[in-house]
Design a protein around this ligand. Structure first.
Ligand SMILES: [Fe+2]
Length: 206
């Protein structure tokens, strides 16, 4: 059973004018689908044909692992964006402000980290096993899941994500993305990460 391309959680023209329909179609139906197509080819003849992406990410090697990471990262990235913007809740803004002094401080730190990419990669807001929020840059096809941290927000910094709509202006791409960030999704990931960490601590002390 080949791995299938997940549908976008919104219409292909829904993120315009920040991300144009042309760019989103190219990104989803071209780039994202391409990783899955290549992965399915690599897995032909695999003795475990029903492996999940997460399983391949954790146990695979080389190109198969890279394709699985890229496919998983893109699915997560689509969920981090929304045409139905809702500002961050007090809870997530308070948590971000505790780490970076304010929501604005977090956004500036996040964009500075993203702008530090020399080639393609991802910038993530993550929740660490130490119970801290942190910003991680991942080069190429890596994923936070391989680093033992929980992803809360992903931004695709590969050139295909921004060049079509913003030319060489990567900072403008980053600035405009804040208008379509899916804060309720980020907050849900944050709450789930805290609950998982609490459950782990409870089991350790049981
Ligand atoms: Fe991408």
């Amino acid at each position: 059973m080949p791995l299938e391309l997940p549908s976008l959680p919104y219409a292909t023209d829904a993120l315009a004018p920040v991300i144009s329909e042309h760019n989103l179609r190219m990104h989803h139906e071209g780039v994202h689908a391409g990783y899955l197509k290549r992965l399915n080819t690599l897995l032909e003849g695999d003795d475990q044909p029903k492996r999940s992406l997460e399983n391949i990410m954790g146990t695979g090697r080389g190109e198969a692992q890279a394709c699985a990471c890229q496919a998983w990262n893109h699915t997560f990235f689509w969920q981090c964006l929304t045409p139905w913007y809702h500002p961050p809740s007090q809870a997530i803004e308070k948590a971000l402000s505790a780490q970076w002094e304010s929501l604005y401080g977090f956004q500036e730190a996040f964009m500075a980290s993203a702008m530090a990419h020399f080639m393609g990669g991802w910038t993530w807001l993550v929740y660490t096993p130490q119970g801290r929020l942190d910003i991680h840059n991942a080069v190429d096809a890596s994923s936070p899941l391989l680093k033992g941290v929980t992803p809360l927000l992903a931004i695709d910094m590969w050139e295909h994500a921004w060049y079509v709509d913003f030319g060489s202006d990567r900072r403008k791409y980053l600035q405009k993305l804040w208008d379509i960030i899916n804060w309720p999704f980020v907050e849900q990931c944050f709450e789930d990460a805290i609950a998982t960490a609490q459950g782990r601590r409870n089991r350790l002390h049981a």
